[in-house]
Design a binder for this molecule. Structure first.
Ligand code: PLP
Length: 382
């Protein structure tokens, strides 16, 4: 019999949907997939070439458990230059994806029964990761998707060990305000609570400014910043992410990682190093393109009767309300898949049964086609 721990974990909702879409396509179905959260752009050529060079040079062996020095150094420099954060390279651990980084950090800080406060809606993986680490996820509401310090404060108990912040946010696209972040930083500092700040969508902001909660005073020994290469450099398959935080936490993360995976992938580390050191034109181009798609997606959704869209200011998701149709988010998603051959993720998996998540990280052509199909299906329902 499998363990209680394994039995208590749900598989990733987005990956389950992805598998379903692949199966339907294999049978010949023409699906527009708004489900998966990855850029449709290809990994930039300079990054690919760095990986090819690494292979040819024989850089194909285990590396140090926390990643190679050059990459940790480059990450520390990035955090300083772009986020105003002061970390030594020893405080940076490179992992096989930001997902891996977050799980490592939770393993490093949670004891059995410790609580982690998660503003809701949230990225579907956080509660499951907390449970994997024997912790207890506790949800705090948001205010029209904005971080609400008062609701965070109400969720804090003596058992609270961590608060998980994700801005720009998956699934809502909200970019948390400096004021709210500052207030939450104060709550964390006053109560000695760790803050895990997942900033993987930091470059995907449209007119807003991304701020790291770790830049507020009082969090030096409490904040762990998470970031990675999957989204910014269209590198989801390379599996490269990192965490930076207090020395003791990061030393624990490194030990855990050394036992679980030995080290991050050597070739992907060289690709990640080139991503940080090389030109950034491709990032600009992609974010500009996503900005256009965002405008288009929101406009189309706003025009549909029964759907209410809150304008996302960051990431590459829209999270429209669909509750006026009298269906659960799973029923609505199934309806769209069957009726319109469009895949969207039920909001329930992100903490709200009244919404669905639409990723607009797809080509404009697919975006147009998918929106036309949703519009028709929604009209037919009415
Ligand atoms: N954090 C958030 C909020 C995400 O949406 C994702 C991926 O969807 C990740 C982390 C994981 O990124 P990685 O591919 O680096 O594991």
């Amino acid at each position: 019999m499998i363990s209680g721990r394994a039995a208590g974990i749900a598989p990733s909702a987005t990956l389950v949907l992805n598998a379903k879409v692949k199966e339907l396509r294999k049978k010949g179905a023409d699906i527009v997939d708004f489900g998966i959260g990855e850029p449709d752009f290809d990994t930039p050529e300079n990054i690919k070439n760095a990986a090819i060079r690494a292979i040819k040079d024989g850089f194909t062996k285990y590396t140090a458990a926390a990643g190679v020095d050059e990459l940790r150094e480059a990450i520390a420099e990035k955090l300083e230059a772009e986020n105003g954060l002061d970390y030594a390279k020893q405080q940076v651990v490179v992992s096989n994806g930001a997902k891996h980084s977050i799980t490592n950090v939770l393993f490093a800080i949670l004891n059995k029964g410790d609580e982690a406060v998660i503003p809701s809606p949230y990225w579907t993986s956080y509660p499951e990761m907390v449970k994997l680490a024997d912790g207890v996820p506790v949800f705090a509401g948001t205010d029209n998707f904005q971080l609400d310090a008062r609701q965070i404060e109400s969720a804090v108990t003596k058992k609270t060990k961590a608060i998980i912040i994700n801005s720009p946010n998956n699934p809502t696209g909200a970019v948390f305000s400096g004021n709210a972040l500052k207030r939450v930083a104060e709550i964390a500092a006053d109560n000695g609570i760790y803050v895990i700040s997942d900033e993987i969508y930091e470059k995907f902001v449209y007119g807003e400014k991304h701020m790291s909660i770790a830049s507020f005073s009082g969090l030096k020994d409490l904040a762990v910043v998470i970031n990675g290469f999957s989204k910014t450099y269209a590198m989801t398959g390379w599996r490269m992410g990192y965490a930076a935080g207090p020395k003791d936490v990061m030393a624990a993360v490194s030990s855990i990682q050394s036992q679980m995976t030995s080290s991050p992938n050597s070739i992907a580390q060289m690709a990640a190093l080139e991503a940080l050191k090389g030109g950034k034109e491709s990032v600009k181009e992609m974010v500009n393109e996503f900005g256009e798609r965002r405008k288009y997606a929101v406009k189309r959704l706003e025009e549909m009767d029964g759907i209410t869209a809150t304008e996302p200011k960051g990431a590459f998701y829209a999270f429209p309300a669909i509750d006026s149709f009298g269906m659960s988010s799973a029923e609505f998603s199934s309806y769209l898949l069957e009726k319109a051959s469009v895949a969207v993720v039920p909001g329930k998996d992100f903490g709200s049964d009244k919404h669905v998540r639409i990723s607009y990280a797809v080509s404009m052509k697919n975006l147009e086609e998918g929106m036309d199909r949703i519009e028709r299906a929604v009209k037919e329902f009415g």
